[in-house]
Design a protein around this ligand. Structure first.
Ligand code: ZN
Length: 278
């Protein structure tokens, strides 16, 4: 082989070697790409798998709110479980347990009434003897009271509303604002419990202010403690304002009869909550 042939052969050899290297590099790149694709696929796949499991189907999604509602209901029912005893008491005392509040209008056909407090006030006939007994027993303990209000007709209630609206407007409120402010404390005509004849505003004779100061009097403390024994309940307690939707009124007592009053007292209920147990 001459010199030129040897050089050609070496060049061809180098060329083949370069081609081999390029092929190997290509293979290595392809292998790397395949490996990356494999990893990415798996990663995505692994990520997606629980997603498929966790993401609720349309059907499951639809059932979520229902499940929550049921749970809430159950929690509510746990607190105020339906009671056969409450139902029995209600059946025996339907007339005395009339529920009148911002959502429930007073029925037109009211209970028969009589004059009390020397004819100054009217109240349902049915509460009379228990009221007399309660005031007599309190008197024996040295506590005396002034009944400020009993039965009130829808017409009288409307007059109270009009009067409060007038006061509000005199203070510079618009009619709408004055009416709104009035309804925070005074019930609209037809929605006052006083219209049943079963509600009484009972003040301590030592303090005739119909306001929160009543609760500090010994008379009010006795009345709140013992009214249940005579068939009365404190209708708007301090800690239940969110349920009754009425501000705490230490002077407003409601006759429901002894059986219901004792049950309501024992279970620490308002009249609204008693109805939830039926
Ligand atoms: Zn009242």
């Amino acid at each position: 082989m001459n010199k030129t042939n040897i050089q050609k052969s070496k060049r061809a050899e180098r060329k083949r070697r370069r081609q081999r290297i390029v092929r190997m590099q290509l293979l290595a790149i392809m292998a790397t790409i395949s490996f990356i694709v494999f990893l990415v696929y798996n990663k995505v796949h692994i990520k997606e798998q629980p997603k498929v499991k966790v993401e609720p189907t349309k059907e499951v999604q639809q059932s979520y709110p229902q499940e929550k509602t049921t749970k809430k209901k159950e929690e509510g029912n746990k607190k105020l479980a339906k009671s056969k005893e409450a139902k029995k008491i209600w059946k025996n005392n339907k007339k005395l347990l009339i529920l009148v509040n911002k959502e429930n209008i007073c029925p037109e056909d009211g209970l028969s009434r009589r004059k009390i407090c020397n004819g100054r006030i009217e109240a349902a006939d049915i509460l009379y003897s228990d009221l007399c007994q309660m005031l007599t027993d309190a008197g024996k303990e040295g506590y005396n009271y002034w009944i400020a209000s009993g039965y009130r007709s829808a017409k009288k209630q409307q007059k109270l509303v009009d009067e409060d609206v007038r006061i509000g407007m005199n203070q510079g409120l618009s009619y709408e604002d004055a009416l709104e402010k009035t309804y925070e404390e005074t019930m609209p005509a037809g929605y006052s419990e006083h219209q049943t004849g079963l509600a009484l505003d009972i003040l301590a004779s030592s303090n005739l202010n119909m306001d929160i100061s009543q609760e500090n009097t010994a008379e009010n403390k006795w009345m709140k403690e013992h009214c249940y024994e005579y068939g009365f309940i404190l209708r708007y307690p301090k800690d239940k304002e969110n349920i009754t939707k009425i501000s705490y009124e230490p002077w407003h007592f409601r006759y429901v009869g002894k059986e219901a009053a004792e049950y309501i007292r024992k279970n620490n209920l308002t009249l609204e909550e008693f109805y939830l147990k039926l």
